[in-house]
Design a protein around this ligand. Structure first.
Ligand code: ARG
Length: 469
């Protein structure tokens, strides 16, 4: 059946129509190519609905049994890949109902009692988003676990910490890994908040006004794992903020992953050489035989673009749509499907790269002390041991850096005489604080980069992740 052939056409709503839709109408209107992905959710929603219709006496037990059996058959056909999807039937809801009618005949027509596609699609889509958020949470937990393992392994691997991408102070690679564990924890928190807030059932709102049938919305809500029914039928069919919130959380998470991806790209470059990725996560160049490109990292870095774009798309789709349902809202699914798939891939690829990467400790250490990165430690020494105000200590240390540059060396390589020439209050014990190992070890403040702290934190995270797995 297609276009005009559907004729008066559509068995599901064709009563007042003399002909089927034109070809362009069908093309712009049909959503089946996209929303066929809601098949499982649609069937779950219908099973819950029909059980409720029987329990409340709105349909007979016999009809409910026929419908339930038929829905299972439809599901089996879809799972087996031999379901006859039809564009003329617009969307997943009508495709399934129409097939149900082929399979069981007359009782199929009773399934849609006290229901509309408007509450049906809102329910299906919520179930889908909820599953996607759960899957994402597990993937993010795995990525955190990957970072935590590397953090424990590299609790005392020194590397330069950067601000403005200028060498700032030495940190440990483990500490750097744990920064991402924290970000990802907040990402998971945002996704879980979204899930908690969205977990109310639209089913039973019907088209927009509720229904005159004595339905039991608590029953369908419970059957579908919702905390309860939504309390306003207009809101129930109109709301898509659950999808927006999921996309917003996804966009923030993707932004975090893009920062890690960018760091990987930098770290893999020859001038840095901090890490290398194996053949599994790199590609070669067709012209330059020596090349090993971190394509996976670059793609993670890039995919944030489409995920933020997806959020933007749905924000703009929803802007200004009057209550209650309008067909605009059919455009809600492509951006959500796209963003969730892209983010899932980014999370999995990131976890793969975290586990895959080889840390080049020597290269990290060599750069960790370049650029006078322990200058702050000298200033701190002047405050602690010589009793100077920090501002004065900062000034003296600046002069020491200038002197080091004049001598063509790093501040950490100056001898006592050279330092005393800058300020006579500098003593031999100041030389000790200028090494990168002493520098990181001294940063024992809560949340600091000291290896002991990093080991503690890695342990805390490992236990936390195991306890919540
Ligand atoms: N395919 C539609 C969507 O995804 C289902 C709801 C249609 N409702 C309607 N009143 N035409 O939004």
């Amino acid at each position: 059946m297609s276009g005009k052939d559907a004729q008066a056409g559509n068995a599901l709503w064709g009563g007042r129509f003399a002909s089927g839709p034109g070809a362009i109408m069908e093309e712009i209107n049909a959503s089946i190519d996209v929303d066929k992905r809601l098949a499982d959710q649609d069937i779950a929603g219908s099973l819950a609905h029909v059980a409720m219709l029987a329990a409340t006496g709105i349909v007979s037990e016999a009809d409910a049994e026929a419908i339930t059996g038929g829905l299972h058959k439809v599901k089996a056909e879809i799972d087996a890949g031999d379901f006859p999807f039809s564009r003329a039937l617009e969307d997943i809801h009508m495709n399934i109902e129409s097939r149900l009618k082929d399979l069981i005949g007359e009782p199929a027509g009773r399934l849609h009692t006290a229901r509309s596609r408007n509450d049906q699609v809102a329910t299906d889509f919520k179930l889908w988003v909820r599953d996607a958020l759960d899957a994402l949470d597990a993937e993010l937990a795995d990525l955190q676990a990957a970072f935590v393992d590397r953090a424990a392994e590299h609790a005392d691997t020194v590397m330069p910490g950067f601000t403005h991408l200028q060498s700032a102070q030495p940190v440990t690679f483990g500490h750097h890994c744990l920064a991402y564990v924290e970000m990802l924890a907040r990402d998971r928190g945002r996704l879980r908040d979204a899930r908690r807030r969205m977990n109310e059932s639209p089913l039973g709102a019907a088209a927009l006004a509720g229904t005159a049938f004595p339905i039991d919305r608590e029953m369908t809500a419970a059957a579908l794992g919702f905390d309860g029914p939504m309390h306003n039928s207009l809101d129930a069919v109109s709301a898509r903020d659950f999808a927006l919130e999921a996309l917003a959380a996804a966009a923030i998470c993707a932004t975090h992953l893009s920062r890690f991806a960018e760091e990987l790209v930098i770290w893999c470059s020859a001038p840095f050489g901090f890490v290398s990725l194996s053949d599994e996560y790199t590609t070669g160049s067709s012209i330059m035989p020596q090349k090993k490109n971190p394509d996976a990292a670059e793609l993670v870095r890039a995919k944030v673009g489409r995920i933020v774009g997806d959020l933007n798309t749905l924000l703009i789709v929803m802007k200004g749509v009057p209550l209650a349902y309008s067909k605009d809202m059919q455009e809600d699914k492509p951006p959500v499907f796209d963003a969730m798939a892209a983010l899932s891939l980014c999370v999995r690829a990131s976890a793969g790269m975290v586990r895959d990467l080889t840390v080049k400790k020597d290269a990290m250490r060599a750069l960790a002390s370049k650029g006078h990165t322990t200058a702050t430690d000298l200033a701190d020494w002047l405050v602690r041991e010589a009793g100077l105000p920090f501002r004065d200590a900062h000034h003296i240390t600046g002069a020491a850096v200038k002197a080091a540059e004049g001598l063509g060396k790093e501040i950490a390589d100056m001898n006592l005489a050279e330092l005393k020439a800058v300020d006579p209050r500098i003593e031999a014990s100041a030389l000790d604080v200028l090494t990168v190992d002493r520098s990181v070890a001294s940063r024992m403040s809560l949340g600091g980069t000291a290896p002991d702290r990093v080991r503690e934190e890695a342990g805390r995270w490992k236990a936390l992740l195991e306890a919540t797995a």
